[in-house]
Design a protein around this ligand. Structure first.
Ligand code: ACO
Length: 427
């Protein structure tokens, strides 16, 4: 076993080195505090591996993303989203009969309990659909009390099916409620993406026929979002689950984590930013200058990533899908033109180049969602649908790992040292 040695003052300790299957190396500091009294300090877990994981591999320098070893480019081009969902959870691609059975199972659970409809109605119509979705998922724990034990494999399997199946129904209904339209029930003769599109855009007065171009593009987008190793929401799901919270509560926490504009909420922010840029014609460079000004809180949304320091491979695929979808639909979107112009300027700008800030997955996804007819505040919900199998796979992996401990970071206390309580009238 390889070891590292650490010298603090006149004391040297040896620390084991853990090596991953792609050669990543980590110094195991689990016993550091016990042996030296020192802890480690790492804001935002920028250089801390909390777990070993066999699900997703990212090489941020080379722009590589693989699920269970399969390059994202191959999966995005050829696979079905439910096939990828199976892959993430089981570790292997399904055989054709396995995929058929899995798809049938997911399809047969598409209805949401009728009494859960009242939950939607408890929200103001202006509520953000991410908040509604998180609450619905959280409520599932109360509607399915038979399947909450995280250590019961069959309970987890049925909860997984229910989540992947019902999330599109709940997502569509959160939108329908918002726009004062009747809920549309799932049509099980449609594939997963088409079923979702149908529930989103059909009204009793007019049946919506999902266009295969749009269904296929949505399938690709779901695949691109399906997992991304230990990001903010996946880590949230793991840490909540590590306290033995049930799957529904853990996933609801992940949805909340994803909603923030620095995480999944960025796809909505990108479109809002591009719209503002288009509506205030002028020099695009002005926005770039604002983003560079440390006294201005404005940031270019859709640029930068904690891990990718070269390019985000998902952004490259999405850019092409965006162009294809717009071409096939015969649309010309000023937002796409603006996005391309902005990207060009940024990729040539020393500030962004030196900080390795490239377009991320959210930069072009909003443009496609818009072309498909989704309202801006549904964009992050679409991300959540795609990410569902990844969160579940991460949660399962954490539970099956016998070395898992409850997530509990340390801190460096910087507050007052001990002082005596003076009483309310004391000085
Ligand atoms: N615009 C302008 N400057 C930026 C941007 C940006 N979008 N992103 C980072 N920077 C700058 C920072 O100001 C910092 O500059 P400094 O070194 O001079 O202080 C430097 O680049 C490093 O940035 P950090 O914030 O330290 O990078 P971190 O890894 O912590 O944050 C994040 C990554 C949150 C994605 C950040 O790049 C950002 O805010 N981007 C915009 C929001 C966004 O698109 N989020 C989606 C990410 S993808 C996803 O979650 C699915």
């Amino acid at each position: 076993m390889q070891e590292a040695s650490l010298t603090i003052g006149d004391r040297t300790v040896t620390l084991p080195i853990t090596v991953g299957s792609e050669g990543e190396m980590a110094i195991d500091i689990s016993n550091l505090r016990k042996e030296t009294g020192f802890t480690t300090f790492d804001r935002g877990f920028g250089n801390t591996a909390e777990t070993k994981s066999a699900i997703t591999f990212i090489d941020g320098e080379k722009g590589i993303l693989r699920y269970r070893g399969y390059p994202i480019e191959q999966l995005a081009e050829n696979a079905d989203f439910l096939e990828v969902a199976w892959l993430l959870s089981s570790g292997e691609l399904p055989t054709r009969p396995q995929l058929e059975t899995f798809t049938e199972e997911i399809t047969s659970h598409s209805l949401v309990r009728e009494d859960m409809k009242h939950l939607f109605e408890a929200f103001p119509h202006a509520a953000h659909p991410m908040q509604i979705l998180a609450s619905e998922v959280s409520a599932m724990a109360s509607y399915y009390p038979d399947a909450l034990n995280p250590n019961d494999e069959e309970a987890v399997r049925i909860s997984t099916t229910r989540l992947i199946s019902k999330v599109i129904t709940m997502a569509a209904w959160s939108y329908k409620y918002r726009v004062h339209q009747p809920y549309v029930y799932p049509r099980n003769d449609l594939d997963y993406s088409s079923r979702f599109l149908h529930m989103m855009f059909s009204v009793p007065a007019e049946e919506y026929e999902p266009d295969p171009v749009i269904s296929n593009a949505l399938n690709t987008l779901f695949i691109l979002h399906a997992d991304h190793e230990q990001n903010c929401s996946a880590s949230t799901v793991r840490i909540v689950g590590s306290g033995q919270a049930n799957l529904f509560s853990s996933i609801a926490s992940g949805i909340h984590a994803l909603s923030g504009p620095l995480h999944g909420g960025a796809n909505q922010s990108v479109v809002e930013m591009l719209t503002e840029m288009v509506e205030q014609p002028g020099d695009v460079g002005h926005w770039v200058e604002r983003a560079k000004d440390k006294d201005d809180p404005f940031r270019l949304m859709g640029f930068g990533h904690r891990v990718y320091r070269n390019f985000d491979p998902r952004a490259m695929i999405i850019k092409k899908v965006a162009q294809d979808v717009l071409d096939m639909l015969g649309l010309d979107d000023p937002l796409l033109d603006m996005a391309m112009e902005l990207e060009k300027i940024v990729l040539d700008d020393e500030y962004f180049v030196s900080r390795k800030l490239y377009p991320n997955v959210d930069f072009y996804s909003g443009v496609i969602y818009r072309a498909m007819g989704f309202p801006t505040d549904m964009f992050t919900v679409l991300f959540a649908i795609g990410r569902m199998p990844g969160w579940i796979a991460q949660w399962n992996e954490m539970h099956r790992d016998p070395t898992t401990r409850i997530g509990r970071p340390r801190q460096i206390y910087t507050g007052e040292t001990e002082r005596n309580y003076p009483g309310i009238d004391g000085s």
